[in-house]
Every structure is written in C-alpha cells, then in structure tokens.
Design a protein around this ligand. Structure first.
Ligand code: IPE
Ligand code: IPE
Ligand code: MG
Ligand code: MG
Ligand code: MG
Length: 334
C-alpha cells in the first residue's frame, strides 16, 4: 500500500475536540484511523478494477495509475460512504459513485500541478505526473480520469436497482460540482487571482468552488444514494459546505506550516505563486480561528444524527485538526 500523505498520530489526537459535549465524547467511539484504513482498502480495490494495470507498457494508463495509487487520503469517496452510512444506506450501492469522485479529484490534482497552473513538482511525496510522464501525457491522464469517472457512474447506474431518477440526479450534481459551475470555475478564478490583491469574499468564492464543490457533491452523493430524507439531506449538505471551506482553509495553513511528511507537498508554494489564501487575507492566527469555527458549525449540523454519523464527525475533526490541532500545538510540523 502506498504511503498515505497524512500522519496517523493526528488521526487519533483530532478526536479530542473542544466542541464536544461529554455525552458526545463518550458516544464517539469510532477509531477513525481504523475506519479510514478500512474504507481506503475498499476504495483502492474498486479503483484497481476501474483502471486495471496495462498488460503492456501503456504510458497513458501508467500515468493514470501512478497518480491514482500514489497515496491519496481518499477523503472524498470516504465522505460519500460515511454520508450513506449516516442515513442507513448500503456501501455496495455508493462505492462506484464514491470512487468516481476520487477519479475526478485525481484528475484535478494532475492538472493543478501542471506548469501552466501551480507548477508543482511534488505531490504526495512523489514527483508530479508531468515530471514523470511529460506534460502531454499528464494532461491526457487527467482527461481520461475525468471521463472514466462518468463511465463508472453510468455503468453503476445501468446495473444497479437504484431509481434512474436518483442516479441521474447524482450524475448531474457531480457534473455541476466538477465543471464550470464548481471546481473548474474555482480553479480558473484561483489562477486569475494570482495577480490581484486578495480580499476575503473573493478567496471564499474561490475556495467554495475549487475545493468545496466536490466535497459537497461527495456528501450529497452518499446521502442521496443512501436514501436521506429531506431534512437529513439539508443538514448533510450544510455540513459539507462548512467542511468544504474548512478543508481548503486547512490546506492553505498547511501550505505554510505543514511538514513534507504530513502534506507530501513542497511548503510555501502559495506565497511564491501569490495565491489568494485565507492566511494571506486574514493572517495565520485568524485563519486558524476561522477553520475551527467552520469545523464547529459543520459539527453542529450533525447534532440530530446518532453514532452512524461519527465517521463524518471524525473526518471533519481530522481535516481541521491536522492544520490547527485543538490543543494549539503545531502538530503539522511534526
Ligand atoms: C488536496 O486534496 C487538494 C485540495 C483540494 C486542497 P487532498 O488533501 O484530499 O489530497 P490527497 O488526495 O489526500 O492527496
Ligand atoms: C487545489 O487547490 C484544488 C484542486 C485541485 C481542485 P490547491 O492548489 O491549493 O491544492 P494543492 O495545495 O496543490 O494540493
Ligand atoms: Mg491550485
Ligand atoms: Mg496546487
Ligand atoms: Mg494548496
């Protein structure tokens, strides 16, 4: 199994949140590290079937698999699975859609690292796709991963007993989240903002789209396929929106403070590229405060849910906790 670009010591410490009541703390019995590892194995196995190893050297498929199996945390598919579980849905139904989100995420990272975009040479502690395979193949590997995602979802919809209406809603929402109404729009604004003085509304606009949209789609995919009722779907959507923003604020913080063994990325790239980030606009201390507030608000949305939502709680604490641990220590540097 490839190295996962996160520190497992943070997985356990992030359970201790100052936003928990005693009752919640005692109810929160999920060992998040074990839960993540179990779901990662399931996701890895499914992805291995989606993009099998080529019989003969095929640089395109090699590049797809290189990025797909380089140690991503699999948070988007796990969020989809955890959201389905939170509403009593079945893993089998949601797994192909969850994995499709990881295919889209992986494509977005390959393109994000390209010289024409963030020009990053390191991802998950390894050379980026274009460094290994050249720009042309890296671009095409991204294109192929994005397209495969929709093939995998369409195939799952065709062969499952899910209602066609539900699955088409999921497909439509994922397309919206990934494209010009979501992630790609955020990525474009992120590039344009490099030459502008950053302001908070603009940074929020970018973050909600470039990162938040796919996270929102992941949670809604799990909730919709898991059979969430209207009120549950509303709560889970709001949880995902706060988490999605918190996720990118945490990523911004880690860009400055995160050690290579935690992030798998070169530190300080946002400043070099003059990116519009939360620390650039608010300062580091306020950005951390904002991340903790977003976490608290996300957790509040889960209040009506019982222990089945513990993985969603744990993932949110883990996401923010690795950038700003609750005890105030800068665990990200360990
Ligand atoms: C990194 O996402 C890119 C952002 C949207 C901030 P992750 O931190 O989930 O990356 P991997 O997949 O675990 O490497
Ligand atoms: C990337 O944001 C978001 C997407 C890939 C859609 P960043 O550019 O901050 O992500 P990292 O820091 O390179 O992982
Ligand atoms: Mg970027
Ligand atoms: Mg980047
Ligand atoms: Mg970043």
């Amino acid at each position: 199994m490839a190295h996962r670009a996160y520190d497992r010591s943070n997985v356990t410490t992030c359970r201790k949140s100052n936003h928990l009541t005693h009752r919640e703390e005692s109810e929160f019995s999920v060992n998040l590290g074990q839960y993540l590892a179990r779901q990662q194995r399931r996701v890895d196995m499914f992805l291995d079937q989606c993009v099998p190893a080529p019989a003969v050297g095929d640089p395109l498929v090699q590049a797809m698999r290189y990025s797909l199996f380089s140690g991503g945390k699999r948070l988007r598919p796990i969020l989809a699975i955890a959201a389905a579980e939170a509403v009593g849905g079945a893993l089998r139904t949601v797994l192909p859609f969850a994995c499709a989100l990881e295919l889209i995420h992986t494509y977005s990272l390959i393109h994000d690292d390209l010289p024409a975009m963030d020009d990053d040479a390191l991802r998950r502690g390894k050379p980026t796709s274009h460094v290994v395979f050249g720009e042309g193949i890296a671009i095409l590997a991204g294109d192929a991963l994005l397209t495969e995602a929709f093939r995998v979802m369409a195939e799952a919809a065709r062969t499952s007993s899910l209602s066609p209406r539900r699955t088409l809603q999921v497909l439509s929402e994922v397309a919206q989240a990934a494209g010009v109404r979501g992630m790609v729009a955020g990525q474009a604004a992120d590039l344009c903002a490099e030459s502008m003085p950053p302001e908070l509304p603009m940074v929020e606009w970018i973050h909600i789209r470039k990162t938040g949209a796919l996270i929102r789609a992941a949670v809604r995919t799990g909730a919709l396929l898991g059979g969430a009722g209207t009120a549950q779907l509303h709560r889970l959507t709001r949880y995902a929106e706060f988490l999605g923003l918190a996720f990118q604020v945490a990523d911004d913080i880690l860009d400055t403070e995160g050690a290579l063994h935690v992030t798998g990325k070169t530190r300080g790239r946002d400043q070099v590229r003059q990116k519009a980030t939360f620390p650039a606009v608010l300062g580091m201390a306020t950005a951390k405060q904002r991340a903790r507030e977003l976490l608290a608000t996300a957790l509040d949305e889960l209040r009506p849910f019982k222990r089945q939502a513990d993985p969603l709680r744990g993932i949110a604490r883990f996401t923010v906790g690795r950038a700003c641990p609750p005890n105030g220590d800068t665990g990200a540097r360990r």
